[in-house]
Ligand binder design. Structure first.
Ligand SMILES: [Zn+2]
Ligand SMILES: [Zn+2]
Length: 180
């Protein structure tokens, strides 16, 4: 894992938790390297409401209160770690081996605080597909991402195509002109 991307990866982990996805390889690897157990359902139930509001605030570029509330509830414990001299120095926002609730609370709060302040190289957005409540991490160069998945992107393209077609047919119908 590239630790320069630490905040970006923590943000991906946060968005994954809020979307309610099954654990990805990134999440498994990340938790494992910091001696954190996969959070049990009760922990997620406790953590997720505040986390979801904070992610929504980042996606909508404000308000900042949900981020500060999360930071207050789970204050980051900032320190630099090399994983016992074995790796590159990188920021930690919680101690290895903490309870999953406090490790995730502190780490996710710190990552979201960085992202809403314009640091580092990722942003968070809401999926623009109709009826999809998921968030995504945008690390594209010009921040052009709009959907959580390929499925939502193509579903939206198909719907837009059909809507255009309907409009064309209706216009043609009302003018009585089918030549176009
Ligand atoms: Zn680490
Ligand atoms: Zn979506």
């Amino acid at each position: 894992m590239r630790y320069v991307a630490y905040i970006g990866n923590l943000t991906r982990l946060t968005v994954e938790l809020v979307n309610g996805d099954d654990p990805s390889d990134l999440r498994r690897e990340f938790l494992d390297q910091h001696s954190i157990d996969e959070p049990p359902a009760a922990t997620l139930a406790e953590l997720l409401p505040a986390l979801r509001e904070a992610v929504a605030a980042v996606a909508d570029s404000g308000p900042i209160e949900p981020i500060n509330l999360l930071l207050e509830k789970y204050p980051p414990v900032i320190h630099v770690s090399t994983h016992d001299q074995g790796g590159e120095p990188h920021m930690h926002f919680a101690r290895d081996g903490e309870s999953p609730a406090s490790w995730l609370g502190r780490s996710c709060a710190a990552a979201l605080a960085h992202v809403i302040c314009g640091d580092p190289d990722v942003t968070v957005g809401r999926c623009q597909a109709d009826g999809c409540a998921r968030f995504y991490v945008d690390d594209s160069r010009n921040r052009s991402r709009r959907f959580c998945s390929k499925t939502c992107a193509s579903r939206t393209t198909v719907a837009a195509h059909r809507a255009r077609r309907r409009t064309r047919l209706r216009d043609a119908d009302s003018s009585g002109d089918f030549s176009s």
